[in-house]
Design a protein around this ligand. Structure first.
Ligand SMILES: [Zn+2]
Length: 94
């Protein structure tokens, strides 16, 4: 095999690798965008404790006046309620 052919092979490999790497990044960006769209449209809300995105229809929630907070798990909900109790001394209705 000549050095030129080897060089071409290396370049081809690099180009293919670049394409795949770019595609992966593109997909990640798209996924992030669609998640952000869901958040913007109000279908997904952020768990204030761990930062995970949860469905607005989730049953694990806390009502604070007009605001309803959704949580990914009862664990996070408990943590939030505990924090709130420590901060305000008041317990919001669950
Ligand atoms: Zn959580």
């Amino acid at each position: 095999m000549s050095i030129t052919k080897l060089l071409i092979l290396v370049i081809c490999g690099f180009v293919v690798w670049k394409l795949f790497a770019g595609d992966k990044r593109y997909k990640e960006t798209k996924e992030k965008e669609s998640k952000e769209n869901l958040v913007a449209s109000g279908e997904m809300v952020k768990d204030p404790v761990c930062g995970a995105y949860v469905s607005k229809n989730s049953d694990i929630r806390v009502r604070q006046g007009d605001v309803v907070l959704n949580f990914c798990s009862y664990e996070c909900r408990e943590k939030y309620l505990k924090q709130l109790e420590e901060q305000t001394g008041a317990k919001p209705q669950a």
